[in-house]
Design a protein around this ligand. Structure first.
Ligand SMILES: *[C@@H]1O[C@H](CO)[C@@H](O)[C@H](O)[C@H]1NC(C)=O
Ligand SMILES: *[C@@H]1O[C@H](CO)[C@@H](O)[C@H](O)[C@H]1NC(C)=O
Ligand SMILES: *[C@@H]1O[C@H](CO)[C@@H](O)[C@H](O)[C@H]1NC(C)=O
Ligand SMILES: *[C@@H]1O[C@H](CO)[C@@H](O)[C@H](O)[C@H]1NC(C)=O
Ligand SMILES: *[C@@H]1O[C@H](CO)[C@@H](O)[C@H](O)[C@H]1NC(C)=O
Length: 397
């Protein structure tokens, strides 16, 4: 039996397979419940943890308290209070977002209940999920997200992993796009911030989005879920789980790998991280998020580079491992052996159109490799045709 049929919770334990969850099970997450009751409860219980809302209208049953709705309901599409008062509509996204948020944990707020529901729907038996974040700039048709999904389908033993993938949408458009092709979408809402546009590397919006993401991953750990976080511009060609270190708590891919998984001189890349949920990792994520204040203007990866040597990390006993680029490569340092590569990241590349161009070439390289008979797969020295357009050079305008 091929790897392609193995759900990852089995693979991590190196055991024989069982069938993946049925389509009916997967889609049960999406069975609608009366949304309005939930929405009203939400308005009462939600803290001010939420949102920027953009779009045309809110349901008129809610319009009298539009300011509050604006803060509390994800993607209810309320650009400002005037328009909200004018609103007469709920959107598909609002209804979907409100789906199934009746919580088994009454003390939880609406956001947490919604997240828990999505994670439960996607997790393996051992509570592991694969997470990626998406904003509308990367969500359009034929853009990065489509290429990302395609890699799972043409990878060796990766298609089944899609059952465990949760797409974290950073804005409404991304959420709606996700909902159009994938059963596990979560709308991550952030008060007063619009994450929808293309974020230029290191702009204020980019920094904010990266820190929001790190903080969100902390929440996932606190809910008891292990995760692989993957950037959407990483191609999944093989199942990575057999290549994680069994004793590692926090395992991260590298732009440059120095040859030893324990060496703190490795240059980690936060685009691909495997983290087990335990007290050490939860403390570590809290520490990481808090360290933002000590290094203003730095993104989360820079700060990780500072804190990886911090005595605190040793004190809590966090087992940090750096993943070998032979398996977890990228354009900075490619996985040279096609017979080993698990993932390839279009890192060391500035500009969305360049990334898309090179990602497609990468898929073509992989398809050519997969189409070869087994003996040629092994005997021939396959090489990537990328980086082609990708570079750090500033984009022309
Ligand atoms: C309310 O909606 C109507 C019709 O869609 C529109 O013409 C009007 O400008 C809206 N008013 C406000 C305050 O948005
Ligand atoms: C609400 O919006 C949806 C999508 O934009 C539209 O299809 C539907 O007709 C609208 N419903 C009402 C009552 O305006
Ligand atoms: C996928 O990987 C397995 C195990 O490594 C291998 O036996 C198989 O030939 C691969 N499939 C393809 C189509 O390359
Ligand atoms: C964390 O530690 C506490 C006690 O210090 C323990 O009760 C709890 O089970 C631990 N949680 C995890 C996730 O390991
Ligand atoms: C990629 O580079 C080629 C030339 O090397 C150029 O013709 C093409 O327009 C570039 N494409 C993108 C999307 O940047």
């Amino acid at each position: 039996m091929g790897l392609s049929t193995l759900p990852i919770h089995k693979i991590t334990m190196q055991q024989p397979s069982s069938p993946p969850p049925s389509a009916a099970e997967a889609s049960s997450v999406w069975i609608r419940r009366p949304a309005i009751v939930v929405l009203i409860v939400a308005a009462v219980v939600l803290p001010c943890s939420v949102i920027y809302l953009a779009g045309p209208a809110a349901p008129d049953v809610l319009s009298s308290s539009s300011a509050r709705w604006k803060r509390t309901l994800p993607f209810l599409l309320v650009p400002d209070s005037a328009a909200a008062a004018n609103g007469t509509n709920t959107t598909a996204a609002a209804a979907a977002a409100a789906d199934g948020v009746v919580s088994d944990h009454p003390e939880e707020d609406n956001e947490q209940a919604r997240l828990r529901k999505v994670l439960e729907g996607a997790a393996t038996e051992d509570k592991t999920v694969i997470l990626t974040t998406l904003n509308s700039a990367w969500a359009s048709k034929d853009s990065v997200i489509d290429i990302f999904m395609e890699s799972f389908r043409i990878g060796n033993g990766t298609r089944g992993l899609l059952e465990h993938l949760v797409v974290i949408a950073m804005d409404r458009e991304a959420y709606e796009r996700c909902a159009s092709f994938h059963p596990h979408c979560y709308a991550l809402v952030t008060e007063g911030v619009d994450f929808s546009g293309q974020k230029n590397f290191m702009s204020a919006g980019y920094l904010k989005m990266m820190w929001r993401r790190t903080n969100f991953l902390r929440e996932v750990l606190e809910m008891g879920y292990n995760f692989v976080f993957t950037d959407t511009d990483i191609m999944w060609f093989r199942n990575p789980f057999p290549h994680f270190y069994p004793d590692g708590d926090f395992q991260i891919a590298c732009d440059h790998f120095v040859g030893n998984e324990l060496d703190l001189n490795n240059s980690p890349n936060g685009g691909f991280i495997y983290v087990k949920s335990n007290n050490r990792t939860i403390q570590f994520y809290k520490f990481w998020c808090a360290s933002k204040e000590r290094y203003p203007g730095r993104h989360e990866q820079d700060v990780l580079n500072f804190i990886k040597r911090d005595p605190f990390v040793r004190e809590i006993g966090l087992q940090m491992r750096f993943l070998n680029t032979a398996y977890f490569g990228g354009l900075c340092e490619p996985s040279r052996d096609f017979n080993k590569v698990c993932t390839m990241h279009v890192n060391c590349c500035i500009g969305l159109s360049r990334k898309i161009y090179d990602l497609k070439l990468m898929l073509d390289d992989w398809r050519n490799y997969m189409a070869m008979p087994p003996e040629r797969k092994i005997s021939e020295g396959h090489t990537w045709s990328v980086p082609k357009n990708c570079s750090f050079a500033p984009l022309q305008h």
